[in-house]
Structure formats: structure tokens, C-alpha cells
Write a protein that binds this ligand. Structure first.
Ligand SMILES: [Zn+2]
Length: 282
């Protein structure tokens, strides 16, 4: 059961800057992440450029309130046209959420175990090989650590599966869910969410949702903040692509077509902000 809130969360930069400084103050009290604190303090000080000539680059930390929305926008504009060009008029996109029950061990250990479990799926025969799913569908995979609701504190996977023809993405997603339950026998069938997206707006909403990044709050306890920071700074990538969405498999598009698709992606994204599409799911 995934409650999908993909609305744009725009805030004035000055408000985000305050969030960054509050977070930096809180992490400084912890004392365990001095580098991250330093980077937060230097992130996005755009007004100092005019006064002192100092140039501050974004810190690019996945939990930074200033960098997180920029990353989300950049990735959306990168992936939406690619998914749209594969699914086209006839193809389909399926959103899949895969979970396992909360286990003992640190958040880092649970996240690593989850990534390994996911990697095992893609080494199985129906996935690999000349006629395997890898040549027929594309996948975006994001590892997320829930911060609220039923997934609170639980590392889980979000996948967007796109196919060139009707039935392909659905078959691949069903296989992934069934195999996931097979290799993780203690996972509940009810914990796996499976949604067929309706058109570009449908998968756009899901794409925007899975790119939401990580929010950590200064109000959290020391233990919770430390566990989350450790998991977010463990060096693992947050988004991976495979099959037709892998850079090696992707076909180059014409420049004009690419420009058109990027324009369309921007339009879809803007419409989320104004309409606030209700995509809550039961
Ligand atoms: Zn930043």
C-alpha cells in the first residue's frame, strides 16, 4: 500500500536555506558527521557571490534541503523523456514497490541486504539471456528508506518498469514480484505494491514520487539521525537503471525529438505543481 504524493514541494530558497542551517546546527551537536556539516554550511550561498565574489557550489548531499529538489527536477527531466520514448503509444509502464519485513541489524546492514536481494533477481534466467526481459523492458530502481507511514524506518525498493509493447512491462513486473516473494519467503504478499500506470501523467506521477529523495528532520532523536546519516552516506548509488533504460542499451534520439520530449517533460512537471494530482492509492 503506497500513498503516492508526487506534488511539487516548492519553497522559496531563503526558507530552504534556513532548513539547511537548522540541519547543520543539529548535526554539529551530534559531532559524528563534521564533513557533512561543513558541506551543508557552504551549500548554495548565492547571495554572497554579489558581495564578496565568493562562489559556493551545491553540496549535492542527498538529504540537503537545497540540493534535494534540484536533483529531483534534474532526474525527472532526464528520465521522463526516456520512459516516454520507450512506452510510446502502445507500450506500458508498471510501478512496483518491493518490501521485506523489518529485520535486526543497523539501517546500513538492512539496506545492503536489500540491494543484494534485488541484485539476485537480475541474475536469474528469465531476466538475463538473449530473449530475457533485459532486452525487452527498461527499469529504474531506487532504494528508499521510509520516514513515515507503513514504511517508516524500512528500507524498500521502488521500480518503474517500462516495455516496448503491451504486456511486456506487466509480465516483467509480475515476474519480479513473484520471484521477490520466492527469494524472500518472509516477505508478505500484501507488502508488495503493483500499479499499472495510466499514460504519461500516470508514470510521471510515479517517477516524481520515487525521486523524492530523503528528508531528515532536526527534531529526530540522536539515534535516528545517526542511523539515517550512516545509511545515506554509505556510498551506494540511489538510482540505477537497467535493460532498455541502461545507457549501453539506450538508442540515441534525434536532437529535435530530444528537445521536444524535454519540453513535454517540463510541461508535465509544472502541471503537477498547479493541479496537485490526487494519486493516492488504496
Ligand atoms: Zn546542498
Amino acid at each position: 500500500m503506497v500513498k503516492l504524493d508526487s506534488r511539487a514541494s516548492w519553497k522559496p530558497p531563503i526558507e530552504r536555506r534556513k532548513e539547511v542551517l537548522d540541519l547543520a546546527d543539529r548535526l554539529e551537536d551530534l559531532g559524528t558527521f563534521p564533513d557533512q556539516v561543513k558541506r551543508l554550511r557552504c551549500c548554495g550561498l548565492i547571495w554572497t557571490v554579489a558581495h564578496s565574489g565568493q562562489r559556493n557550489l551545491p553540496c549535492n548531499q542527498r538529504f540537503c534541503p537545497l540540493c534535494r529538489p534540484r536533483w529531483r527536477q534534474r532526474e525527472f527531466r532526464k528520465w521522463w523523456p526516456k520512459i516516454a520514448s520507450i512506452s510510446g503509444q502502445q507500450g506500458e509502464v508498471v510501478a512496483l514497490t518491493l518490501t521485506r519485513p523489518l529485520r535486526s541489524g543497523t539501517l546500513v546492514e538492512q539496506k545492503t541486504a536489500l540491494r543484494k536481494a534485488a541484485a539476485r533477481l537480475f541474475h536469474r534466467q528469465p531476466w538475463k539471456g538473449a530473449s530475457g526481459f533485459i532486452n525487452q523492458v527498461g527499469i529504474l530502481l531506487v532504494v528508499e528508506i521510509g520516514t513515515e507511514g507503513p514504511h517508516n524506518g524500512l528500507p524498500h525498493l521502488h521500480l518503474l518498469v517500462v516495455g516496448l509493447e503491451p504486456g511486456l512491462a506487466l509480465a516483467a513486473a509480475q515476474w519480479l514480484r513473484d520471484t521477490w516473494l520466492e527469494v524472500n519467503p518472509d516477505a508478505s504478499p500484501l507488502g508488495q505494491d503493483f500499479s499499472l500506470c495510466s499514460g504519461p501523467k500516470g508514470f510521471g506521477a510515479w517517477l516524481n514520487y520515487i525521486l523524492k529523495g530523503f528528508t531528515i528532520a532536526p527534531t529526530w532523536s540522536d539515534e535516528r539521525l545517526e542511523a539515517m546519516l550512516e545509511a545515506l552516506t554509505d556510498g551506494s548509488h540511489r538510482l540505477t537503471s537497467s535493460g532498455l533504460l541502461s545507457p549501453r542499451k539506450g538508442k540515441p534520439r534525434s536532437t529535435a525529438k530530444a528537445r521536444l520530449k524535454t519540453h513535454q517533460a517540463a510541461s508535465v512537471e509544472v502541471s503537477f505543481g498547479h493541479e496537485g494530482i490526487d494519486t493516492s492509492r488504496q
